[in-house]
Design a protein around this ligand. Structure first.
Ligand code: GDP
Length: 444
């Protein structure tokens, strides 16, 4: 049984700091009493549930704190399914702090991170995967990540997992029937259909675990700029970032450490790293940079090999062309404004100085980073559980194939069901909830 307290919690729901409005949110059994104790609507307005009112906020001693808007929302049609009150105060932290102090004096308690959403889950308003999506929506960087998080919030993972749970329950029902009516159902026949069903479901679960796509949504697509010194990597990074972030100089090898920046391309976050110029016989500091450059290139989703297109290829360029051949790679012939000294198939001609070819580069980045749309699972926790469930299904199918009895396979099918239950929160404990909600911000 999960602990559920309906004591009254309060927190600032908007980001701290200067801003137009600060919203203080209250939820729990005394939300209504505290609302009535501290807020007085102006004129003859009646307090009605879900109606935004104009008025004044007072502290517990009757001193006016602010002129504000406030709303009382009575259960069950609220975020937490408890009574909820919100005060829309003048921005800045001070008034919100005073309002919170007044609420605490009346008996409210400061909310833990994610506690409002935790209550929404415990009260059955959302399942766990949807509660988790709330935080993903807040943290989403780029349109694609936001869309994916919204799909999860609207039950994307839930629907997928519920369907898998249904298929598993059907398999278990088949096992139970065969065990209960051995004279009517042939065990070998029942085993055959469980094997087929378990394998098919395993495949469905594994195909939903696209870690790369989930990582792209979460942290972005990694593109590493590489090339010998002075070909224009820093200039290109700056042109893409539209700001003077990397230091651009004429002395070879000045970009010694890795400079990073992120851009949004077709709604997806693309992280660009400008690695140190890879040079043979480099001095020590630079040699470390070269080492890191190689590591970054290996880990990148795409290597952008920058060449100076206005000069003939050097031995160093040739070496880099060979070295990056096996990587996902895009060759950029920079300094196109100075003419073309050579042609390379598949290379893009660009100029970091004039902006020529930059749109084509952005389009190519978008194409290479292209995401499969409508991923059923996007959270690492959900994928880990789906993989564990798939493993149990595999074990069950193998056991049956090796002539093990049905009731033994049923143990693994139940274990698979338990894994899926942890995604939706049908099976949770305090520890799991603590770890999920500790990612949240206070006030959500
Ligand atoms: P990095 O060492 O590869 O990072 O190269 P930088 O970005 O520091 O550029 C080296 C030099 O080339 C600088 O003087 C830049 O102004 C110049 N440069 C970079 N891109 C272009 C370009 O597209 N056209 C021209 N004409 N000069 C460029």
């Amino acid at each position: 049984m999960l602990a559920y307290q309906n004591d009254t919690i309060a927190a600032l729901a908007t980001p701290p700091g200067r801003g137009g409005i600060a919203i203080v949110r209250v939820s729990g059994e005394n939300a209504r009493a505290y609302f009535e104790a501290l807020f007085r609507p102006a004129g003859r307005q009646q307090v009605e549930s879900h109606r935004l009112l104009y008025g004044h906020l007072y502290d517990a001693d009757g001193a006016m704190l602010d002129e504000c808007m406030a709303v009382l929302m009575l259960a069950p049609r609220t975020y937490t399914r408890e009574d909820v009150a919100e005060f829309h105060l003048h921005g800045g932290d001070q008034i919100a702090r005073e309002a919170l102090a007044a609420l605490y004096r009346l008996g409210a308690r400061p909310a833990e991170p994610g506690e409002f959403t935790r209550r929404a889950f415990l009260n059955g308003r959302v399942d766990l995967s949807r509660a988790e999506a709330v935080m993903d929506v807040i943290g989403a960087q780029g349109e694609q990540a936001a869309r994916a998080a919204l799909r999860q919030l609207n039950g994307g993972a839930s629907a997928f997992i519920r369907d898998a749970q249904q298929r598993l329950t059907d398999l278990l029902a088949g096992v139970a029937a065969a065990l209960d009516y051995p004279e009517e159902i042939e065990e070998a026949e029942a085993a055959g259909s469980v094997i087929a069903g378990a394998r098919a479901l395993r495949d469905t679960l594994l195909s939903a675990c696209d870690e790369r796509a989930a990582r792209l949504l979460d942290t972005g697509f990694e593109a590493a700029l590489c090339g010998r010194p002075n070909v224009g990597k820093s200039s290109l990074l700056n042109a893409l970032l539209c700001e003077e972030r990397a230091i651009v100089t004429d002395i070879p090898g000045t970009t010694r450490d890795v400079v990073r920046g992120s851009i949004l391309v077709a709604g997806l976050r693309v992280n660009l790293s400008d690695t140190a110029g890879i040079r043979e016989q480099a001095e020590t500091v630079e040699a470390i940079g070269v080492q890191r450059a190689r590591e970054i290139m290996r880990a990148a989703d795409l290597v952008l090999l920058v060449l100076d297109g206005s000069q003939p290829l050097t031995a160093e360029d040739e070496e880099l062309l060979r070295e990056t051949e096996s990587y996902p790679r895009l060759i950029l012939c920079n300094k196109a404004d100075r003419g073309a000294a050579f042609e390379l198939p598949g290379a893009l001609r660009i100029s970091a100085a004039t902006g020529e070819g930059m749109d084509a580069l952005r389009q190519e980045l978008a194409r290479r980073a292209g995401m499969p749309c409508e991923l059923p699972l996007t959270s690492e926790r959900h994928m880990r559980l789906a993989r564990a469930a798939a493993q149990h299904l595999q074990t069950a199918a193998n056991a049956l194939e090796n002539g093990q009895p049905l009731d033994l396979a049923a143990i693994d099918l139940h274990a698979a069901l338990d894994c899926l239950g942890e995604v939706t929160g049908d099976r949770v404990d305090e520890k799991l909830l603590d770890s999920v909600f500790s990612r949240f911000c206070v006030g959500k």
